[in-house]
Structures are given as structure tokens and as C-alpha cells.
Design a protein around this ligand. Structure first.
Ligand code: CS2
Length: 483
């Protein structure tokens, strides 16, 4: 039976102090829940939330507006134990996708002196950076547009820059920018994207350099995309909310404590406020997200659909355990109180939560944007230390198969990735070892320092042809036999 969390009567009005870009399921089930806890303690206060979708899902914004921005979050510990929360801290939902008046409303909200923090979950590709190097991609159509029309921006960094320009010109103190996407050094990357769009050496650029804080943070909660099954499960619980989200009960947020304009006292709501977030971020990216991406490509090639199914495959479980112990953990440098082995054990238990339909295809999306921080930076460190990268090599080979060949036993599938046209070209003109070579030469994805290493190239080539010849399931058995 669900436990329904009552909303305290004080939780009525709050001034909007935080504007969020990217009103997806993750934001609704993570940041908004932390802010709700804060709101439940304080009631009225300066930290109400305004969240905006920049491009997709206008319908969700309309639904939220119809229901006074209230919605439900169902947190599943397992099939039996679920907590249903009502979120009321969202004060305003906006859609800026059509530019014009709607974008103007968002920019005004961001430029309002009450707004002191701007947070973002716009996915890795939303920052228009090269995933391998972190440099702004000057050939990106959104970047070209925003450089030419900075006051009518389309990209997330362009919107942040224009809002900051308005504050600068009006003499309003800057807001703090908090990136909540799964990127390495995500605060610095966001800074790089915003500064990359500003005119170099301009007064605005200097002001941003001096006054805008871009703390980094690590966010963690498994939030599958909503589907018919999830909505029907919610109906069983008596919840008919079209804006509802489902997620696991686990949640973690580690934030670099650098908010010159103030912040909610998040540490009282379970947030870890730290001086340096990078070890936590790297651990999460390589252990959790790295395993997720392995489960996605390898699992899909082995015939699985969901994370639960994939981790229930004993050979794949062994493979993931080996990856964590031999290819992720050795690359981490954690504070003494963090036990990486038990962190890994807990992750496997979270992946085995059978009440979530977490589709491998959801994770497989945008691989070109995800692989550098999840696998490749770690692979480079391993090779430099003279260690093997067999698990990562199998992952890369599986990714190339996934991007270029139909999945066994299924209809041709759509590869959802900003580089999908490039993948299709490579698949159309090259085969076997040449195809693998061409993928490894994609500089946006593979840093030169890694792709130039024969040991890495050979390991991926071997894994690619082994999958081609024997199939993924057999390949996993070989791994299991050598464990
Ligand atoms: C997943 C993440 O879709 C993905 O790529 O790896 O969304 C993952 O579920 C979250 O980072 C968990 O915190």
C-alpha cells in the first residue's frame, strides 16, 4: 500500500527564488522533491520554484498550469512499498520553445532580482560542448544562432547569458548557475558554454568572470521516462495525475557550496554540501552511469529490454561487477569515509528494483555525449597505469554495433543521437575493422590521447569482431568463464 505524504498547510505561497531550465521527469523527481522538503519545513519563503521547458513537451507545461503546478511523485522502494508525494513548491511552469513572448517571460523571470539561483537539467547535448574536450561547438546551429542573435537565444547557455546581460545592465546582482546534468566538472563546463557565447573581453564577460558562481554538483536518482505501464500502475494507487513521475526511493545530491547570493539550507533536507564535489561526480559517472551504459548497449544486444532484466542475467551481472571492481573503482580517488565496494553493491541492488520499467533504450540515447565521461576518461587512466580495459572495450564495441546494425531479432531501430547521421554514413560506406577505426577516429567522442593507443584500438577491434562472429550472449559467457 502506498504511504501518502501529507502536504503541510503552511506550504502555500513562496516567492520564486530559483528558476530551472529543463522541466523533465528527472527534475520533477529530484530537485523539486528536495525543495519540497525545504518548503515543508519553512512554508512561505524566498525559494519557490519556476521551471521551464526550452524546446520539448509544451503539453506537460499546459497540464501543470491546469493543475496549479501541483503534481505527484511516486517513489518505489519495491513493488510493495511506494510513497506518493504531492509537490507544491513549483510556483510557475513555462514553455519557452516558441521564442517570442514565452521566451521573454522566462528571461524576465531569470532577470528578476528575487531569482538568486538558476539550475539546469538540459541533458549533456544541451550545453553545445564537444563531449570529448568540453569546448563550445562553434559549428552547432544553436551556437551559430545565439552568437548572431544573443538577445533572442535558443540554447540553454544562450538563455543564461542573455538573462545575465539583463541583470548586468540593470545593476542587479548575478544569480548562481547550478548545472544538474551528468557531466564531468559540470559547473566548469557550464561556465565554459556561457563564456564561450559571450563576446571575449567585453564588460559583460568580465562581469560574469568576476561575479557569477558556477558550482558543480552530483545528482542521483533513477527516474525512468513515464510510459503507459507507469501511468496504469499509478492508477492502481488512485493517482490520476498526467504530470506524475515515478522513481526509485533512493536519492542523492552532493553540491559544491559556493552560492554568493545565498541558498536554501539544503543540508537540512539531506543534501550533502561539500567543498569539492569532483570525487563524488567521478564516482557516480563511472560506477553508476558507466554501468548503466554497459547494461544498455550490451543488454540490448543480448536481447534485454530493461535494466532489471539485464542485471538479472547472471553473466551480465558478473560482467558489471567485474567492470566496477577492475575498471571503474581503481580510477577513483575518494575521501576515506567512502567505501566504493559497498557503493557498487548498492548500485547493483538499485538496478535490480523490479518495480521500475527503466528501458535500456532510454539510457542508450545520446551515447556520443555520454561515453567520454562514463568510460573513456577512465579507460585512459587505466591504460596509463598499465591495466586492461576489456569491459570498456566490449562496451565500445557494443555501442558501435548498436549505432550501425539492426538489433538481433528486432525491427530496425532508430538511433537517437546528435551524431546519428554520421553513424549512418559510416555504416553505409564501411564494414568490420574499417568501421571500427572510423568510429574511434570521431574526435568529438574519443580523445586523441586514447584513440591513439594501439592497446585500446586492438581491444575494441577484437571485441567488435567477437560480437559479430559469436553474438553478445556468447561473449558474456566467455567473460563469465574467465572471472
Ligand atoms: C542514465 C541516467 O539515462 C541515463 O543515461 O544513466 O539518467 C541515470 O539513471 C541517472 O543519472 C541516475 O542518477
Amino acid at each position: 500500500m502506498p504511504v501518502i505524504q501529507p502536504v503541510p498547510a503552511v506550504a502555500a505561497a513562496a516567492e520564486i527564488g530559483i528558476v530551472h531550465l529543463g522541466l523533465g521527469a528527472f527534475h520533477r523527481a529530484h530537485q523539486a522533491v528536495y525543495l519540497q522538503r525545504h518548503h515543508n519545513r519553512h512554508g512561505e519563503g524566498p525559494w519557490g520554484l519556476c521551471s521551464a521547458n526550452l524546446r520539448s513537451n509544451r503539453t506537460l507545461v499546459e497540464q501543470l498550469c491546469e493543475q496549479q503546478c501541483r503534481y505527484s511523485v511516486a517513489e518505489y522502494r519495491d513493488r510493495e512499498q511506494v510513497t506518493l508525494r504531492e509537490i507544491t513548491v513549483l510556483r510557475e511552469a513555462l514553455y519557452a520553445g516558441d521564442g517570442g513572448a514565452e521566451l521573454e517571460q522566462l528571461l524576465q523571470r531569470m532577470a528578476d532580482p528575487q531569482t538568486r539561483i538558476v539550475t539546469l537539467t538540459v541533458t549533456e547535448k544541451g550545453y553545445c560542448l564537444s563531449p570529448a574536450t568540453g569546448q563550445l561547438r562553434l559549428q552547432d546551429p544553436g551556437v551559430i544562432h545565439d552568437l548572431a542573435h544573443p538577445q533572442a537565444p535558443r540554447t540553454a547557455p544562450g538563455i543564461v547569458l542573455e538573462a545575465l546581460r539583463r541583470r548586468f545592465q540593470a545593476g542587479i546582482p548575478a544569480f548562481t548557475v547550478l548545472c544538474c546534468d551528468n557531466m564531468p566538472d559540470n559547473g566548469q563546463r557550464t561556465r565554459q558554454a556561457v563564456m564561450g557565447l559571450a563576446v571575449k573581453g567585453s564588460e559583460l564577460a568580465l562581469w560574469i568572470g568576476q561575479h557569477v558562481a558556477f558550482p558543480g554538483c552530483m545528482v542521483d536518482r533513477i527516474v525512468p521516462a513515464m510510459d503507459a505501464q507507469a501511468f496504469s500502475d499509478l492508477q492502481q494507487l488512485g493517482c490520476q495525475d498526467p504530470a506524475a513521475v515515478v522513481c526509485e526511493s533512493f536519492s542523492q545530491w552532493v553540491i559544491e557550496d559556493h552560492f554568493p547570493q545565498g541558498r536554501p539550507d539544503w543540508e537540512l533536507d539531506g543534501v550533502q554540501m561539500v567543498a569539492d564535489v569532483r570525487p563524488f561526480e567521478t564516482m557516480k559517472l563511472r560506477m553508476l552511469n558507466g554501468s548503466h551504459s554497459l547494461l544498455a548497449y550490451i543488454g540490448l544486444l543480448a536481447g534485454h529490454e530493461t535494466v532489471f532484466e539485464a542485471i538479472s542475467d547472471p553473466d551480465l551481472l558478473l560482467f558489471i561487477q567485474r567492470y566496477m571492481a577492475q575498471e571503474a573503482a581503481p580510477t577513483l580517488d575518494m575521501p576515506a569515509q567512502i567505501d566504493v565496494t559497498s557503493y557498487g553493491r548498492d548500485l547493483c541492488a538499485r538496478f535490480a528494483n523490479d518495480s521500475l520499467q527503466h528501458r535500456l533504450r532510454q539510457i542508450a540515447m545520446d551515447g556520443s555525449q555520454k561515453l567520454p565521461q562514463r568510460w573513456l576518461q577512465g579507460a585512459q587512466a587505466l591504460l596509463e597505469a598499465g591495466r586492461d580495459v576489456d569491459c570498456i572495450a566490449l562496451g565500445v564495441a557494443a555501442w558501435i554495433h548498436y549505432c550501425t546494425r539492426p538489433l538481433p531479432g528486432r525491427e530496425a531501430h532508430v538511433v537517437d543521437d546528435p551524431l546519428s547521421a554520421t553513424f549512418a554514413d559510416l555504416a553505409g560506406s564501411l564494414d568490420g575493422a574499417q568501421r571500427v577505426d572510423a568510429f574511434l577516429d570521431l574526435e568529438q567522442v574519443f580523445p586523441l590521447a586514447l584513440s591513439a593507443r594501439p592497446a585500446f584500438r586492438d581491444a575494441v577491434q577484437r571485441a567488435y569482431s567477437a560480437i559479430e562472429q559469436a553474438g553478445m550472449a556468447a561473449q558474456l559467457k566467455t567473460f563469465a568463464a574467465h572471472n
